[in-house]
Write a protein that binds this ligand. Structure first.
Ligand code: TYC
Length: 107
């Protein structure tokens, strides 16, 4: 059966499949820059992403050496909130730290 919800036209079987499927996941990615202090990045990874000191240091060093690194994988709203928290905290401390979200690769 063809259905219409808002502007979306689909089928009942596809809508059932969408309801059963796990939600799309997004990875939050931290970007390197030349100015943000390493200790500040480690603090962000601990406070916002729940990493321990060793995990946070490893991720920070990966970003420092490779240009980018994944902080965590979340549903869309949680990923978006954490990106905003990083940007707001960095801005409040006048650091240029950049962060983004992107669809997580399918496993
Ligand atoms: N490259 C920065 C420095 O040398 C450290 C840094 C690491 C900055 C990770 C941002 O996401 C970042 N102070």
């Amino acid at each position: 059966m063809v259905t219409q919800t808002g502007s979306h036209i689909g089928t009942v079987s596809q809508e059932k499949a969408d309801q059963l499927a796990p939600p799309p996941m997004y990875q939050v990615v931290l970007l390197n820059d030349d100015y943000t202090p390493m200790e500040f990045v480690v603090m962000i990874l601990q406070r916002i992403f729940g990493k321990n000191s060793d995990e946070a240091t490893q991720i920070m060093l990966k970003v420092h050496h490779e240009g980018r690194g994944v902080c965590g994988v979340y549903t869309r709203d949680i990923a978006a909130t954490r990106v905003e928290m990083v940007l707001q905290t960095a801005h409040a401390h006048q650091h240029p730290l950049q962060c983004l979200m992107e669809p997580a690769p399918e496993t």
